[in-house]
Design a protein around this ligand. Structure first.
Ligand code: FMN
Length: 219
C-alpha cells in the first residue's frame, strides 16, 4: 500500500471523473480491494461482493447504459439550476462538465468496480419503519469507502456512482449477477488525467455535529 497519511487521504478524496485509459496493475487493484474487505458489516456477515470489470466489451456496455442515465439526470438537474445565481451556476457547471466527461468516456475506463450486496444477509434494523430504509447500505458502503480511500492512497482516481442502479436489471444480465444479489454502486477507477485529488468543499463541523440534542451547538 502506498504511504499516505489517513487524514490526508480523507481530506483530499474527491470525485475524480477524468480518468486516463491506461491499465491499472492487478497488484494495485488487489491492494485496494483488500482494503474493502477490512470494512465492518452488520453481524460481520460481509454481504457484499465486488466485480472488477475490465473486459472492453462489458465496460463499453456499462458505459452506454451510464451515458443514457447521465443524459436524463443531467438534463433534469440543469433545468433545476437554470434560475440559480450566476456564481452558483458556474460552480455547478464545473461539476457537471466533469460528469459529462465521465459519461462520454466511461467506456474507456480501465476498470469499473461494481459493488453488489445480498439483501437476505443483512441486519436491516430500520426495515419496519415508515420511511426509506438506509441501514442495509451500512453493510456495503463502508467497504466502498475503504476501497475509495485505498485507491486515493495508490494515486488512482475514482468516483462512487449510483446511476447504473437505475438500470439494475440490465447490469445484472450483463455481469451475470444472480438473485438475490443486487447492485450498490459502480466505481470507475483509473489514473487521473489532471491533478485528480485535492481539497474538498464541505460544510463546517459546526453545521454537521451537535452536542446532546439535535441542533444544539457542539461548542
Ligand atoms: C450515494 C452517492 C451517489 C453518487 N452517484 C454519482 C453518480 O452517479 N455519478 C457521479 O458522477 N457522481 C456520483 N457521486 C459522486 C458525488 O457527486 C460526489 O461524491 C460529491 O459531489 C462530492 O464530490 P467531491 O468529493 O468531488 O467534492 C455519488 C456519490 C454518492 C455518495
Amino acid at each position: 500500500m502506498a504511504e499516505l497519511e489517513l487524514r490526508e487521504a480523507m481530506r483530499t478524496l474527491r470525485a475524480v471523473r477524468r480518468l486516463r485509459p491506461d491499465p491499472v496493475p492487478d497488484a494495485v487493484l488487489h491492494r485496494a480491494l483488500e482494503a474493502a474487505t477490512f470494512a465492518p458489516t452488520g453481524g460481520n456477515a460481509q454481504p457484499w461482493r465486488a466485480i472488477v470489470v475490465r473486459e472492453r466489451a462489458l465496460v463499453a456496455r456499462l458505459g452506454a447504459l451510464y451515458a443514457e442515465r447521465w443524459a436524463a439526470y443531467s438534463a433534469g438537474h440543469r433545468k433545476l439550476w437554470a434560475k440559480a445565481p450566476a456564481d452558483a451556476v458556474a460552480r455547478f457547471e464545473k461539476v457537471m462538465a466533469a460528469g459529462d466527461f465521465l459519461a462520454a468516456h466511461f467506456a474507456e475506463t480501465p476498470a469499473v468496480v461494481v459493488f453488489c450486496f445480498d439483501p437476505t444477509h443483512m441486519a436491516i434494523t430500520d426495515a419496519g419503519l415508515d420511511r426509506v430504509s438506509v441501514v442495509g447500505g451500512a453493510s456495503v458502503y463502508p467497504a466502498v469507502q475503504n476501497f475509495l480511500l485505498a485507491c486515493r492512497a495508490e494515486g488512482l482516481g475514482c468516483v462512487l456512482t449510483t446511476l447504473l442502479c437505475e438500470v439494475e436489471p440490465a447490469v445484472r444480465a450483463l455481469l451475470e449477477i444472480p438473485e438475490p444479489w443486487a447492485t450498490a454502486c459502480a466505481v470507475p477507477v483509473g489514473w487521473p488525467r489532471g491533478r485528480g485529488h485535492g481539497p474538498l468543499s464541505r460544510r463546517p463541523l459546526a453545521r454537521m455535529a451537535f452536542a446532546e440534542r439535535f441542533g444544539n451547538p457542539l461548542g
